[in-house]
Design a protein around this ligand. Structure first.
Ligand SMILES: [Zn+2]
Length: 228
């Protein structure tokens, strides 16, 4: 299919500068470039990107707090452990200090675009990117589906070590499921210059979050040394 869009809007996943370049190259028809909004299911419009590459909070609609593990505010310029969202526009179902799990860093200086709204950068949702060394991969790069498994999960246990967990649909050939998944994961890492990453099979069941949510990939939190 050939399309010639004037404008693109991305949502959902971390949109890296490399991805932006690739999308711009793939769609030379773009007149209004690519809008990189920042939203989630609970609030589709939490922030808007400006030409300076920053995200601005529409503060008359939304309160976005950059906080540490104990939900205490972190100073501007510091990368948060998570973020809390309060939506002022919802009258029917208020969301108050809802934890997003995203890591934010508010800028200390006003944005050169002159917007009166506070600006920040998103380090990415813990659950939506995988980092190994200097390489950041979107979860979309990995295919963790398998016809013989209800769900497959990849957990980063060290910088370059991952384990695969699976909830299988049948007892036949369990090793084959793991082998196939591991092979496809290794392929993705190798293609991205990470041939040294080790992938192991785990007999443990997939891990759920404290609130019972299943994530296909659980990546390791950033080490303090890299928070800068
Ligand atoms: Zn700006």
């Amino acid at each position: 299919m050939q399309i010639e869009p004037d404008v693109l809007k991305v949502a959902g996943e971390t949109f890296t500068p490399e991805l932006r370049k690739r999308a711009q190259k793939a769609f030379p028809s773009l007149q209004f470039d690519i809008l990189d909004g920042y939203g989630c299911t609970e609030c589709l419009f939490m922030a808007f990107g400006c030409d300076c590459g920053r995200q601005h909070v529409p503060e008359d609609w939304v309160i976005l707090e950059a906080v540490d593990e104990n939900h205490q505010p972190v100073a501007d310029g510091t990368l948060s452990a998570t973020a809390l969202l309060t939506v002022l526009a919802n009258e029917a179902q208020p969301l108050i200090r809802y934890e997003l799990g995203d890591r934010l860093r508010f800028y200390q200086d006003p944005c050169p675009c002159d917007s009166p709204f506070r600006s920040f950068e998103v380090e990415g949702r813990q659950a939506t990117v995988v980092r190994v060394g200097e390489v950041t991969l979107s979860l979309l790069a990995f295919d963790l589906e398998h016809e013989d498994a209800r769900r497959v999960q990849m957990i980063q246990t060290a910088e370059d070590v991952f384990e695969i967990r699976a909830e299988l649909l049948t007892d036949e050939n369990p090793d084959q499921v793991f082998e196939q998944v591991i092979r496809s994961v290794v392929e993705v890492f190798t293609k991205n210059g990470l041939a040294g990453v080790k992938i192991h099979k785990s007999d443990a069941p997939p891990q759920l979050t404290a609130s019972g949510k299943f994530h296909e990939v659980i990546s390791r939190p950033l080490t303090p040394a890299r928070e800068g």
